[in-house]
Design a protein around this ligand. Structure first.
Ligand code: ADP
Length: 500
């Protein structure tokens, strides 16, 4: 019985073994085939991606989690002057030598590659400088992207922008020089036209007054354009002055708003300052928001925003408000004017950008105010943005870093100390012998360029300024043998005027 069973089972087992071993062989063969196919496919993909990476005009470098270079394409080799075999397996810092303004290697906090390795967030920069293998400094535009999970590596893509940057700098220098040179004669024209319009200095008939008013407005516009260009070129090349002074932004803004009230009223608009003084107590309802920033910059921005709100609101109201928390203060300027189409909003803070539609075509402007405002806000560590509904109105926001009450107190007491020191010094000087005063250098008049931006000059002030300049010129004429009496004095009048 057993033999019968065995005789029937053994062949079965055997056939099963034979079958199994055959099937394992098949499987193995199938597996090998699949492996070969996969390897081929991978090879194909690798060579395809290699072809693509090699064909890219931008430099591409792949860096692993340890900062070791695993891939470098020909464009990268050409830009930085390193051969593939030399660069592979080296730490990226030896090959992609990023340096700061002092020509020193970037520290961990400012090294974009290290930052992406740490944070896994893509970084794009346009102002990195690297040193090539031949010690040449070039500027690059760089995009560093994470290659997977945090710390698993990064891909750096870059290209040489030295030429563009040089051209940009030359263009900015030209604009700066040209606007500086042209601003002075325009200021002179503006000043003389102001004199012609002033009843105390000239008599003209109504027709002439009308012509001169138009010429004066155009000269003013031109002067403002040159001043804006000058400020922008300074901001762009980092030469804009920054003189922080502690102020309460609520009272500061209130003063600016008061200065623009006439303009709003002339247009039939209501200009409302929301943190209104409590008339009974004579105090501001809003808390004192102290900031320690350049007052001229703040004045320029708030002036721009309120003037724009007035300019782009045919009827209704403009509301200025101030809010904030422990760290920041936000000035908002809200209008119910023409509003801004959604597609224009992303471009609004770019240089020379003006919305072009039926509502704006008749309204003059330079398209520089918001760009300059954004640059100034950034310089002060703040930001500016807008919310708007086309044909309903806009609200512009200026956010600035707020000073903590403790810091504000400290600065206030330091200021007091300095003032005390100064008063003591002055007292000492006034008791010194007259001779020492005579030995002091003469007081040099502040040049027109230094007149704070955003400050209004009345025709009377212009007249006084022109008169002073004329007297100075006459004194110079009298002493100079080369001068003829017919030559008009060179008048340099500050052009900045908030009448936009
Ligand atoms: P501009 O000299 O043209 O006013 P700005 O840079 O100040 O230059 O403003 C840029 C553009 O933004 C303006 O031309 C205008 O189209 C739009 N704009 C600015 N402020 C407002 C506003 N409050 N309401 C509607 N549009 C505005």
């Amino acid at each position: 019985m057993i033999s019968i069973v065995l005789s029937s089972v053994i062949p079965l087992i055997a056939s099963s073994i034979i079958w199994r071993s055959k099937s394992s062989r098949d499987e193995l063969e199938d597996g090998n085939k699949a492996y070969r196919n996969l390897a081929n496919e991978l090879n194909e993909v690798t060579s395809k991606s290699e072809i693509v990476i090699n064909a890219i005009g931008d430099g591409v470098i792949a860096i692993d989690s340890q900062g070791i270079i695993r891939l470098i394409n020909p464009a990268a080799q050409q830009i930085i002057g390193w051969g593939k075999q030399d660069a592979l397996s080296l730490n990226y810092k030896s090959v992609l030598k990023l340096i700061d303004k002092k020509n020193e290697a970037l520290d961990v906090a400012s090294d974009p590659i290290q930052q992406v390795l740490n944070n896994n967030q893509q970084i794009r920069t346009n102002d990195q400088t690297i040193i090539t293998s031949s010690d040449k400094k070039i500027m690059i535009s760089l995009v560093v992207s994470p290659a997977g999970e945090t710390g698993s590596g990064v891909i750096a893509v870059f290209h040489d922008i030295t030429k563009e940057k040089t051209e940009e700098r030359e263009q900015a220098e030209f604009i700066s020089t040209a606007s500086h040179e042209m601003r002075t004669p325009v200021a002179s024209i503006e000043g003389y036209l102001g004199l012609a319009l002033n009843a105390q200095t000239a008599q003209i008939d109504d027709r002439a007054r009308d012509f001169i008013l138009k010429a004066h407005a155009s000269a003013e516009h031109l002067g403002r354009l040159f001043q804006d260009l000058l400020d922008i070129s300074k901001a762009d090349d980092g030469h804009l002055s920054n003189n922080p002074q502690m102020i309460n932004i609520v009272t500061f803004t209130h003063d600016i708003v008061q200065g623009l009230e006439e303009k709003a009223t002339n247009k039939g608009l209501r200009l409302i300052f929301k943190p209104m003084p409590d008339n009974t107590a004579g105090r501001f309802v809003a808390p004192a928001y102290s900031v320690n920033l350049d007052n001229d910059h703040i004045r320029e921005i708030i002036n721009n925003l309120v003037e724009n709100a007035i300019k782009y609101t045919p009827k209704g109201e403009v509301i200025v408000d101030i809010t904030g928390d422990d760290d920041r203060v936000v000035v908002s300027v809200k209008d119910n004017g023409i509003g801004i189409p959604a597609e224009d909003i992303p471009h609004l803070f770019q240089k020379f950008y003006r919305v072009d539609n039926e509502n704006t075509r008749q309204i003059g402007g330079t398209g520089l105010g918001l760009y300059l405002s954004r640059r100034l806000a950034e310089i002060m560590g703040g930001r500016i943005w807008v919310e708007s509904v086309y044909k309903s109105g806009s609200t512009f926001y200026l956010e600035l870093p707020r000073l903590s009450p403790q810091d504000a107190n400290m600065i206030a007491s330091q200021k007091e100390l300095v003032a005390q020191e100064k008063a003591n010094q002055e007292q000492k000087v006034s008791t010194e012998p007259v001779k020492s005063i005579l030995n002091k250098p003469p007081i040099v008049e502040e040049p027109a360029n230094n007149v704070p931006r955003g400050q209004a000059l009345t025709p009377e002030q212009i007249a006084v300024y022109v008169k002073k300049q004329r007297e100075l010129a006459q004194q110079q004429n009298a002493t100079s043998a080369n001068n003829t009496n017919n030559r008009p004095p060179s008048v340099s009048v500050p052009t900045r005027n908030p009448q936009k």
